[in-house]
Design a protein around this ligand. Structure first.
Ligand SMILES: NC(=O)c1ccc[n+]([C@@H]2O[C@H](COP(=O)([O-])OP(=O)(O)OC[C@H]3O[C@@H](n4cnc5c(N)ncnc54)[C@H](OP(=O)(O)O)[C@@H]3O)[C@@H](O)[C@H]2O)c1
Length: 281
């Protein structure tokens, strides 16, 4: 089995590549920077997704990594005889685009699923919710500087999923026939408000952490300062607002598919505690 993984150095891709290699698959990992990839020696790195297609039997599709070539790449994959496509989509891919912030940075989670489904070959679509790793990007800087997280809607709800659990489900989708033809909404084991997530982090870190809700304009300024494109912040705010009075869905698909509990947010945070901790000196 020869599996081509796009987005191979990413949050989902990196653990996926190693899981596939450990399972004995012939893995081709696509990265623009092979010299920094640092995979296990048996993994073959490839600089362009298209050049890795010849002889591949299955492909993991990450729309962020494929960018504008997504549709053409899927066509070529089918043309070259790939027999299974596993798409990394998103739980909100059918929502109005105004509530899908990632679209404003170019992700095409609706299309990646659609192209896989319409490809004529076996397909699986993974629809994860918010990755736990998002909170490293959003909150680690604030929590390294103090005990307060500032952000929108204290009562907005999410059920963050450990990225590693998504990778494990992706490996299952690529290596077994169990999930073929399914769109699978993937969540963490529990829904939390933003304020509750900060409280969980406080318990893990043994610190008196607090969440302070701030006006939308401040949230916009922060995203702009971090280099996010126009429209991202508004879509993020709209997405958060839509969950204020409705707790996030919890699907338990991770447990069903992997036969073990999904990782909790607390366990995930404990693995990354150093990133939320002020550096001494
Ligand atoms: N974060 C969430 O909460 C969430 C939730 C649901 C769905 N999703 C979806 O999951 C996908 C992202 O997955 P991920 O977090 O695993 O990916 P990622 O870590 O952001 O990126 C994966 C790899 O793709 C390459 N890449 C990134 N940006 C690129 C660009 N503009 N052009 C070409 N290559 C690029 C990079 O590899 P090299 O530098 O090595 O080439 C990167 O390591 C997106 O479609 C996102 O919408 C995310």
């Amino acid at each position: 089995m020869t599996i081509l993984v796009t987005g191979a150095t990413g949050n989902v891709g990196r653990p996926l590549v190693e899981l596939l290699a450990k399972a004995g698959a012939d893995v081709r990992a696509v990265t623009r920077q092979p010299e920094h990839a640092d995979f296990s020696p048996e993994v073959k790195t490839i600089e362009s997704a298209r050049t890795g297609l010849s002889g591949a039997t299955a492909v993991f599709l990450n729309s962020r990594a494929l960018g504008d070539d997504l549709a053409g790449f899927v066509n070529q994959a089918v043309h070259e005889g790939v027999s299974r496509l596993v798409a990394l989509s998103a739980i909100n891919c059918d929502d109005d685009f105004s509530r899908q912030p990632s679209r404003f940075r170019g992700d095409r989670n609706k299309e990646v699923e659609q192209y896989a489904v319409e490809s004529g070959v076996e397909w699986v679509s993974l629809r994860p919710t918010v990755f736990a790793s998002n909170f490293r990007g959003m909150w680690s800087g604030q929590l390294s500087a103090g005990d307060v997280v500032r952000g929108p809607h204290a009562s907005a709800s999410t059920a963050p999923i450990a990225d590693r659990d998504i990778s494990e489900i992706a490996a299952h989708a690529l290596l077994t026939d169990d999930l073929v033809g399914r769109r699978i909404p993937l969540t963490g084991p529990q829904a939390y408000t933003n304020a509750e997530l900060v409280a969980v982090l406080g318990d893990v870190l043994h610190r008196p952490l607090q969440y302070h809700q701030v006006p939308d304009d401040l949230v916009r300024q922060r995203f702009t300062g971090l280099g996010f494109p126009d429209g991202f912040a508004d879509a993020y705010l709209a997405m958060q607002a839509s969950t204020v009075s409705t707790p996030a869905v919890v699907t338990h698909e991770v447990d069903r598919i992997l036969g073990r509990p999904a990782e909790t947010f607390a366990a995930w945070a404990n693995r990354f505690r150093a990133e939320f901790t002020p550096q001494k000196g």
